[in-house]
Design a protein around this ligand. Structure first.
Ligand code: ADP
Length: 238
């Protein structure tokens, strides 16, 4: 990877600095992120809200190292992601980031156990059976480890996805509409689980949602409109 441009003093855990992104085709250019800046401290639980098309997923993809900014920098734990090559960004995603999505993103032909351990197996790492059992027990999905995703409810599939992130010891959990495909009660249970992980493990969480009842559980709500932040509100977790 290329050398980081960061000098390293007093930097927040995550800093998004003046990031812009335009999607262009032959006829139209869409400014998805417009000079957006934000900082997140270690252990924060941040909800990002905004109407459809406001730029939430684009920002998410930048922080996840899935896409490149046209302009600006993204520092995570002292490393400027925008200076990393593709291999280094893949390593960042594997080692630092856990991602959960609206549609769970589990591999349908693998059971719960294999879905949880997949990132580590792909990385050629030792698989700690006891640790998988412990995480699955803590998340209430121990009896689903031998089941295929098609044999699980939405809430159970999402817990497998959370277990996959935890097993990999992610430092930052990114969640893109994780409750979007769950009923109200299951959504509530999932957010309670994320809150508990945030508080007990000091796991930093950034959650995208359009559901204000979900966002209001977070300790901070950032509102995006037209690719930039229009409101940033910190609040006590209830
Ligand atoms: P949100 O997640 O808030 O719904 P997005 O980040 O997905 O918003 O999109 C922001 C803007 O960028 C929207 O106008 C959207 O249509 C546009 N956009 C997103 N992805 C692409 C793409 N791959 N190609 C062209 N335009 C895109």
């Amino acid at each position: 990877c290329k050398e980081s441009v960061w000098e390293g003093k007093g930097m927040m855990y995550l800093t998004v600095s003046e990031v812009s992104k335009t999607y262009a085709n032959e006829t139209v250019a869409t400014l998805a992120l417009n000079n957006l800046s934000m900082q997140v401290e270690k252990g924060e639980f941040v909800a990002i809200v905004g109407h459809s098309g406001s730029g939430k997923t684009t920002l998410f993809n930048m922080v996840a190292g899935l896409d490149n900014a046209d302009k600006g920098h993204i520092f995570f734990d002292g490393v400027d992601l925008t200076t990393l090559d593709e291999d280094a960004r893949a390593a960042y995603r594997l080692n630092k980031i856990g991602i959960i999505y609206q549609f769970f993103n589990l591999l349908p032909m693998l059971n719960g156990w294999d879905n949880i351990s997949l990132p580590c197996r792909l990385a050629g790492r030792f698989i700690d059976d006891k640790k998988i059992q412990q995480i699955a027990s803590a998340l209430g999905i121990k009896d689903k480890l031998n089941s295929l995703p098609s044999q699980m409810s939405g809430g159970e599939q999402q817990r497998i996805a959370v277990a996959r992130a935890l097993y990999n010891e992610c430092e930052l959990l990114l969640a893109d509409e994780p409750t979007g495909n769950l009923d109200q009660q299951t959504a509530h249970d999932l957010i309670e689980l994320l809150l508990q992980l945030n508080q007990s493990r000091k796991l930093t969480i950034i959650l995208i949602t359009h559901d204000m009842s979900v966002a209001e559980k977070a300790s901070r709500i950032i509102t995006i409109k037209d690719g930039y932040i229009i409101n940033d509100q910190r609040r006590a977790i209830l």
